[in-house]
Design a protein around this ligand. Structure first.
Ligand code: NAD
Length: 483
């Protein structure tokens, strides 16, 4: 027998300990070959004064085993406590959140009996970088950061996931009709990576219509890959419409570690009563077993669980008269799953993970640096100012004289909408203005920008931010104005 795989577990808070007990009993009975290290995380640790909810020895354990099965925890309200999940994800670089959303009709009521979608959500970038500013009385801003390397990594992960799991298609959700540069980069990268996987179909949707189709006809989707915010929203929609959000597991995968958990929280309202459903954590554990290469155990556990559901042995949260046969507690449900080990469901589709034994391992290529996008040239600057001292014409009158020999004023916008030249009176404006200057001979320098800013300073303007305008191989790498 191979040496047991070291994993770290945390029993968490609320229902955490009882569902973890149930899951560990099932894994043990199924023959999972694990060397378990246990750590303490969550409410008690927060309350002992550790703001991250995790002590150093807990971090050490996860960094050592690189595999973390985590029961839900309770984040205390107020007091400046950080989200433990966010801390773990960012510290360990868990860039991919993977959430299978499956319906179990007719045993669990849903309008979408044939749904089996996996959402692969980028976990680190986008608006979740948390870079925000309040620059004027009126305007707050959040930076949406999309990198080629980050997009490459998540998109490759989605295709690799599809390849490993015999999935047929990967769909990207983007909004590049509006965010042409950021979402455009994600989309372009998607098309670039898709070429490396000719046997897997690929397509893309604008996220709004994509989300609507997902909610309406989820069976048309297989694997969906998307950036952080869209992924956050659509993974909740997808989990909800399976009818079994409480049964979902999820994984957070990085190059150096991975974390597996249930989607639901610590449910303090039912803690300690032997009524919590351990299925979410169990399905998280199934993903963990696949991650560590124990495919056969994962398959045995997953099929035993499907058989138990099919036999109508249900926890109170999914119990329905006429469909369910036996209402059981947490412990009894775990015992029922154990009794069904080595059985396969008859109505629900059994899982078959045997191909994992021979499939090529995951290819998590390191991105090799920024893409080739040609010569970068600085051609101008956007100077943002906080100004509320009159009408657009007054502003133009004050800004025009600030032009220098090198940089000339091209336009002024407010909230992205052009107000000069050719503005119209109806445009709504706020105290946050963008003044775009371009180099007179198509080029700008840092020195010319500093000179321009000095002009703004001397004229008494509060310039709140600047953004440089670049071209790459002659192509403008910044957005124009609306309107
Ligand atoms: P919750 O998911 O804990 O509970 C929502 C409802 O679902 C409750 O009625 C609960 O009884 C029920 N429920 C949840 N899991 C269940 C299960 N396994 N079996 C049966 N019923 C179940 O969400 P909440 O009440 O909003 O949050 C409670 C706490 O959990 C909060 O402190 C929150 O911060 C935390 N939380 C933690 C995680 C995590 O650790 N990953 C995720 C979400 C919420």
């Amino acid at each position: 027998m191979n040496a047991p795989t070291p994993i770290t577990i945390a029993r968490g808070d609320g229902i955490g300990p009882e569902i973890m007990d149930a899951v560990l009993r099932i894994l043990d009975a199924a023959g999972a070959n694990l060397a378990i290290e246990e750590i303490e995380i969550g409410e008690s640790v927060f309350k002992s004064g550790v703001k991250s909810g995790m002590r150093q020895e807990a971090w050490d354990s996860i960094r050592r085993t690189k595999v973390f099965l985590k029961a839900p925890i309770t984040t205390p309200q107020g007091g400046g406590y950080k989200s433990l999940n966010v801390s773990i994800r960012t510290a360990l670089g868990l860039f991919a959140n993977v959430r299978p959303c499956v319906s179990y009709y007719p045993y669990i009521q849903t309008n979408h009996p044939k749904m089996n979608v996996v959402i692969v959500r980028e976990n680190e970038e986008d608006l979740y970088a948390g870079i925000e500013y309040r620059q004027t009385a009126d305007v707050a801003e959040s930076l949406k950061l999309i990198s080629h390397a980050g997009s490459q990594r998540i998109i490759r992960y989605a295709f690799e996931y599809a390849r490993r799991n015999n999935r047929k298609r990967v769909t990207a959700f983007v909004k590049d009709n509006i965010m042409k540069i950021t979402d455009g980069l994600f989309h372009k990268t998607f098309l670039e990576i898709a070429k490396e996987y000719p046997t897997i179909e690929h397509d893309s949707y604008i996220v709004d219509i994509g989300a609507a189709r997902l909610a309406d006809t989820p069976e048309r989707f297989d694997v969906i890959v998307t950036s952080n915010l869209y992924g956050d929203i659509i993974s909740d929609i997808a989990a909800q419409i399976t009818g079994s959000v409480g049964l979902g597991g999820s994984s957070n995968i990085g190059e150096h570690a991975a974390m597996f958990e249930a989607i639901h929280g610590s449910a303090p309202d039912i803690a300690g009563q032997n009524v919590a459903n351990p299925s979410g954590l169990l399905l998280g554990a199934v993903m963990m077993l696949m991650h560590i290469g124990q495919w056969d155990v994962a398959e045995r556990v997953h099929n035993a669980w499907l058989t138990t559901i099919e036999e109508g042995i249900h926890k109170h949260d999914i119990y329905r008269e006429g469909v369910s046969k036996q209402r059981v507690g947490t412990k009894e449900f775990a015992s029922a799953v154990i009794q069904h080990l080595n059985q396969r469901p008859q109505v629900l589709e059994p899982v078959d993970y045997s191909h994992h034994a021979t499939a090529t391992p995951f290819q998590m290529h390191h991105p090799v640096g920024p893409p080739e996008i040609g010569a970068k040239e600085l051609i101008g600057v956007d100077v943002y100012i906080d100004w509320n001292k009159g009408k657009v014409a007054d502003l133009v009158e004050q800004v025009q004289p600030l032009q220098t020999d090198d940089l000339s004023l091209e336009m002024i916008t407010s909230r992205g909408v052009r107000v000069w030249p050719d503005g119209i009176d109806e445009t709504f404006t706020v105290d946050h203005w963008r003044c775009r200057f371009r180099g007179k001979d198509g080029q700008a320098t840092h020195a010319s920008i500093l000179k321009l800013l000095t002009q703004f300073e001397q004229a008494g303007f509060d310039f709140v931010k600047t953004e440089h305008l670049y071209t790459f191989d002659g192509e403008e790498a910044f957005s124009g104005a609306q309107g």
